[in-house]
Design a protein around this ligand. Structure first.
Ligand SMILES: NC(=O)C1=CN([C@@H]2O[C@H](COP(=O)(O)OP(=O)(O)OC[C@H]3O[C@@H](n4cnc5c(N)ncnc54)[C@H](OP(=O)(O)O)[C@@H]3O)[C@@H](O)[C@H]2O)C=CC1
Ligand SMILES: CC(=O)N[C@@H](CCC(=O)OP(=O)(O)O)C(=O)O
Length: 348
């Protein structure tokens, strides 16, 4: 018997991608999809690319509609999942793609989000190294509440954590500049971001240390062993439907060589199915990750500047959200971690 699944916010981009992955997952059966303005619509009218799920219709997002399933995925706007999650039974596996349960600090929540704080859940970034050498995925085994990371956070955390963990990178004075596709902002963005404004332009946003992913990145880097990390984080919206290309720099510790740095990243992720370090001198592009649950990492050293340059590419809707949710639920349920998850992307 497959596990039964309900997805809240299934009419959105994140929910739609969870649906796409789950449609091919051998142990899962999506029984209920909920929406807000799209409640009552046929799934196929909202997600015409999901032909195998054409039998489903969106219902209202209520605790009653979500109850009675083994797994509930919440893909709702920030601030709306906390109250709904509190209505679900403790033995149901609940995964929140939004931010409501990511931050362990209530002060950070108040500063960057505001509104009611609902506490933190097990965090869904399995490949993150912990300071004690363990793999973060261990905390997900048997979990019944999982907070799926922010997509930008996943890119930056995977790019910095190994070097910081190994003591090769200084943890202050970090920088991350990200080229990001507009699907990261959800479907709602289209009403105020017309193609005429997006195409042919690159637009910075949340400039000056105000992006809400900053505390989440720092939280992850502390788990990896950073003592007092600081990061300058700047996202730039670019005209590509999906994808994140994070260009990260960090001061290297005295005497660290390019070979040593690269070898550390290769060793750290050698056993990971979804995080791949490219050969020395090679750097990824977003197109190599579209549709796949992979993060690709290029590691280099700018010797004159004394800084590591680490470039991470991933698909914000797969490894950045839906893939991370499925990977985490596989671990939580004791299934093979890679089950139902694509490693290959689509091209061109
Ligand atoms: N897009 C991405 O790359 C990523 C998204 N996430 C997170 O996933 C969550 C969903 O994002 P995304 O799919 O992009 O957003 P979308 O705007 O595409 O989808 C939002 C979903 O929530 C529903 N919804 C809207 N308002 C309400 C409300 N007031 N109450 C209940 N449901 C509502 C919408 O229903 P309807 O369409 O019927 O109005 C829709 O199903 C967010 O928390 C987001 O931050 C996380 C990582 C990456
Ligand atoms: C283009 C764009 O706006 N991208 C979003 C990414 C959102 C994301 O990663 O998810 P959460 O909002 O759940 O954290 C942003 O930078 O805020």
């Amino acid at each position: 018997m497959p596990y039964s699944v309900a997805i809240a916010g299934a009419s959105g981009y994140a929910g739609g991608e969870v649906l796409r992955l789950m449609a091919r997952h051998p142990e899962l059966e999506v029984r209920t999809v909920t929406a807000h303005s799209n409640a009552g619509a046929a799934l196929i009218d909202v997600h015409p690319h999901l032909r195998s799920l054409a039998h489903l219709t969106f219902v209202e997002t209520t605790p009653e509609n979500l109850r009675g399933h083994d797994i509930v995925v919440l893909a709702l706007p920030h601030g709306t999942s906390g109250a709904i999650a509190a209505e679900l039974d403790d033995d149901v596996l609940v995964l929140d793609c939004g931010a409501d349960h990511r931050l362990t600090s209530e002060a950070d929540w108040a500063r960057y989000y505001g509104g009611d704080y609902h506490g933190s859940w097990s965090y869904g970034l399995p490949e993150l190294p912990h300071a004690d050498g363990s793999r973060h995925g261990d905390v997900l085994t048997g979990a019944r509440r999982v907070a799926v990371p922010g997509c930008n956070v996943t890119a930056v955390s995977l790019g910095l954590a190994p070097g910081i963990h190994a003591g090769l990178l200084r943890d202050s004075d970090l920088t991350a500049a990200l080229a990001v596709g507009p699907s990261g902002a959800g479907r709602a963005l289209k009403t105020n971001l017309l193609a005429s404004e997006l195409l042919g332009s690159a637009q910075p946003y949340a400039v000056g240390g105000v992006h809400r992913h900053i505390p989440e990145i720092l939280q992850n880097l502390r788990l990896a062993g950073a003592e007092s990390p600081t990061i300058s984080f700047t996202p730039v919206l670019v005209p590509m439907a999906r994808g994140i290309l994070a260009t990260i720099t960090a001061r290297v510790a005295d005497g660290v060589t390019a070979e040593q740095l690269h070898a550390e990243y290769v060793a750290r992720y050698a056993d990971e199915a979804f995080v791949h370090v490219l050969p020395a001198g090679r750097y990824p592009s977003t197109a190599e990750t579209v549709g796949a649950n992979t993060a690709l990492i290029g590691v280099g050293l700018d010797a004159d500047a004394g800084r590591a340059v680490i470039i991470v590419a991933l698909d914000n809707l797969v490894k950045g959200t839906a893939g991370a949710a499925v990977q985490s639920l596989n671990i939580a349920l004791g299934l093979p971690e890679t089950l139902g998850l694509p490693i290959d992307g689509v091209a061109p």
